[in-house]
Design a protein around this ligand. Structure first.
Ligand code: 6PG
Length: 473
């Protein structure tokens, strides 16, 4: 066997859950993988647990490039932030022109832009790649969102297209766009994930507090909903977790969990990227705020003893009422996704990334946390109008929303009457009502700004001209 034949096709640095699962996925697809982990014990355990797989370990990072065919393709699955820069600094000295390093972590897209530019200047390729689908996805087929040069993508495509999840629209991977485009799209994926998860939490709360439905009955309801237009990974997971009982108490396990949500940051980054650019993503902002408020548990417990709210007996949960909650959830989900796709489009325009909304919908159809039947309709809308900023304006969505939004109004009215907080339902409806209002009340805002700060305003009969008024009576 020549030395060339012993070279591995793919390198993986970082053998935590995600790294080891991606390495095994690549190996299962017929590629030889060379891997390395900073803690040698982790690497030893991984290699001995997977003795039959096409994975080999290297004793140090320095030795990894020499074990790989060229151009080298090395995936980093290390903690986002400084660890990525440290490994990149070590690798940069060892790599040669045209070699490719992929960062598969949840990195900030601004960091990816900087890293990609620095490496481009050295003649190296850096690909920031969103990987979605958790441990299971990484092992058996994630949705992959790589950004970087077209040349790097061409060299990676034979591997990425094999390891990615597949839907009836092909492998869930595409060349998202240059530099930070892939990580940006993953960030927005997570922003929408926050909104969709919060909508499900609000639905659970409304069903529980508004209709007195316990977790076991809700589990059946969500499982039924998952057979219709709401079908999605997140509804499936909701049905599953609501059905599990605590072994110690026999209570639904979900009721034994402290109501304080964690967050690693991607939802907040989505909102920050939008706010910095003056792009409104109210459903995602409300979802981030909801997690923050949930984590302020001690303050809430104190306030719950001081502040009053409505006290009502639960309403009867007949099929018709449950149907409007279903329709409300679907309407709000459409509106949250529409904000996310619009954000992707506007940032892509600003940074000249050329991201195609239809491709994003296509690669989210399987493998990722957002996979949902709704994405077929979104993909259809983008096929109809590839350049739309807002798929909610493209068929079939105006008709869908005309049918579903009345249920959203009803669900919100009910939640408000019961005093159940539903911030993402409310923000989604407010976004809908705002974007469909040709006239909003910010004429008053402008008048106030001019009255107290002489900030000027435009008259409707004199567009483009800044004027002031004398507001004294
Ligand atoms: C995915 C998920 C994954 C993870 C987030 C959750 O696409 O596979 O989005 O990235 O679930 O890290 O983040 P939070 O801890 O912020 O909820």
């Amino acid at each position: 066997m020549s030395a060339e034949q012993t070279l591995a096709d793919f390198g993986v640095v970082g053998l935590g859950t995600m790294g080891s699962n991606v390495a095994l996925n690549v190996a299962d697809n017929g590629f030889e993988v060379a891997c390395w982990n900073r803690d040698p014990e982790v690497q030893r355990a991984f290699l001995s647990a997977n003795a039959g797989a096409r994975v080999v370990g290297v004793p140090s990072l320095r030795e990894l490039p020499a074990r790989l065919s060229r151009p080298r393709r090395i995936l980093l699955m290390v903690t986002a932030g400084k660890p990525v820069d440290l490994v990149m600094a070590d690798l940069a000295a060892l790599l040669e022109l045209g070699d490719i390093v992929i960062d598969g972590g949840n990195s900030r897209f601004e960091d990816t832009r900087r890293r990609e530019a620095e490496w481009r200047a050295k003649g190296l390729h850096f690909v920031g790649m969103g990987v979605s689908g958790g441990a299971e996805g990484a092992r058996h087929g994630p949705s992959l969102m790589p950004g970087g040069s077209a040349e790097a993508y061409a060299a990676l495509a034979p591997i990425l297209e094999k390891i990615a999840a597949r839907s009836d629209s092909g492998p869930c991977v595409t060349h998202v766009g240059p530099d930070g485009a892939g990580h940006f799209v993953k960030t927005v994926h997570n922003g929408i994930e926050y909104a969709d998860m919060q909508l499900l939490a609000e639905t659970y709360d409304l069903l529980r507090r508004g209709f007195g439905l316990g977790a076991p009955r809700q589990a059946e309801l969500f499982a039924r909903w998952n057979e219709g237009p709401l079908e999605s990974f997140l509804v499936e997971v909701t049905a599953r977790v609501l059905a599990v009982r605590d072994t110690a108490t026999e209570d639904p396990l979900v009721e034994r969990i402290v109501d304080s949500a964690g967050q690693k940051g991607t939802g907040r980054w989505t909102v920050m990227a939008a706010l910095e650019r003056g792009i409104a993503v109210p459903s995602m902002s409300a979802a981030v705020d909801a997690r923050v408020l949930s984590s302020e548990k001690p303050e809430r417990v104190v306030a719950s003893r001081i502040l009053d709210g409505p006290r009502r007996d639960p309403l009867p949960a007949d099929d018709a009422t449950l149907q409007f909650v279903h329709d409300a959830l679907l309407a709000a989900r459409v509106l949250a996704f529409a904000q996310g796709f619009r954000l992707i489009r506007l940032v892509s325009d600003e940074l000249e990334w050329g991201i195609r909304g239809g491709e994003v919908a296509r690669i989210w159809k399987a493998g990722c946390i957002l996979r949902a039947r709704l994405l077929d309709r979104i993909l259809g809308a983008f096929e109809e109008a590839p350049d739309t900023r807002n798929f909610a304006l493209v068929a079939p969505f105006p008709g869908d929303l005309a049918r579903l939004v009345p249920a959203l109004r009803r669900a919100l009215a009910l939640a408000q009457t019961c005093g159940v907080p539903t911030p993402v339902f409310a923000a989604s409806l407010a976004w809908y009502d705002s974007i469909r209002s040709a006239r909003l009340p910010q004429n008053l805002t402008q008048a106030q700004r001019d009255a107290f700060g002489a900030h000027g305003f435009e008259r409707i009969d004199q567009l483009g001209v800044e004027v002031h008024a004398d507001w004294s009576l």
